[in-house]
Design a protein around this ligand. Structure first.
Ligand SMILES: [Zn+2]
Ligand SMILES: [Zn+2]
Ligand SMILES: [Zn+2]
Ligand SMILES: [Zn+2]
Length: 274
């Protein structure tokens, strides 16, 4: 059934009624791609006077319809747009175990970009040792890291307990883990002209289904001055990056005058956020 309402000039505007009926089936996804550039359609979709459809980015390049030579006006194909908006497809990580569905065609959805808990993480040594391995966040330490990379003997810690961590600034990163769970945390030193940024990240997707952690760092200089950072929520990263942190809360900054050569000794405490 359709509902109608009186418009100002007395004409009737029909508003489609939503009945929220969904049923799963199959659709040939090629039909949802632009026949000219083969990229997935996005709204708006345009059609010629004969009903042939083309995408928004191809539209300005075409005067006559490439299929029937009728003028390619500015007529939208609302029916096709509405079908497109209703189509969902399995997440690209479906083969890895994800059962979520995402809208077809739009730029990678947030879910696929970083929120899918099945997203593969890069080995923390991707940049420094050029390791190409990718894997699940909750298994990479035991299944890959400990077999292929040098593990520091004091890389193990316990949640909620402070731990003394020593590293060389020139080493740039230190992988930390727990004995009970195969999770990887990376403490990084990022050198800048005036000092060093120190931060800790969790190698994992940003998914709401993935556990969250906070950390607190403290650094003592000459046994007198103590600098602390946090507790702050730890960033989850699919790949460790060595870019200078954008926000103050993302790292502790130690100016050069507080440093004693290349060695850095800090107290670190990582807690689970419940
Ligand atoms: Zn196109
Ligand atoms: Zn046409
Ligand atoms: Zn997914
Ligand atoms: Zn690796």
């Amino acid at each position: 059934m359709k509902r109608s309402s009186e418009d100002g000039d007395g004409s009737r505007i029909i508003q489609p009624q939503k009945r929220n009926r969904t049923r799963s089936g199959t659709v040939d996804l090629d039909r949802l791609d632009c026949p000219i550039c083969s990229k997935p359609f996005t709204v708006p979709i345009f059609q010629c006077d004969n009903g042939h459809v083309i995408c928004d980015s191809c539209r300005p390049k075409v005067i006559k319809c490439p299929f029937c030579a009728l003028p390619m006006g500015n007529n939208r194909c609302r029916g096709m747009e509405s079908i497109l908006e209703s189509v969902t497809v399995p997440c690209r990580n479906a083969d890895l175990g994800c059962t979520k569905y995402v809208p077809y065609g739009r730029e990678k959805s947030n879910h696929e970009k970083e929120h899918c808990k099945f997203s593969l993480c890069s080995c923390p040594e991707a940049e420094l040792e050029n390791c190409k391995h990718t894997g699940f966040y909750n298994d990479m330490f035991f299944s890959h890291y400990r077999a292929y990379h040098l593990i520091k003997e004091d890389c193990f810690f316990t949640f909620g307990e402070s731990k003394n961590v020593r590293m060389l600034i020139s080493e740039k990163s230190l992988v930390l883990t727990t004995l009970l769970r195969s999770l990887m945390f990376v403490m990084q030193c990022i050198r800048e002209r005036n000092g060093v940024y120190v931060m800790v990240s969790f190698v994992a997707p940003l998914s709401p289904e993935v556990e969250k952690f906070s950390y607190r760092l403290s650094y003592s200089y000459n046994g007198k001055e103590t600098h602390t950072h946090g507790p702050v929520e730890m960033k989850n990263v699919l790949k460790v990056s060595f870019q200078i942190p954008q926000e103050e809360k993302d790292a502790m900054f130690l100016p050069n005058r507080f440093l004693r050569g290349d060695e850095l000794e800090l107290e670190l405490c990582i807690k689970e956020v419940v």
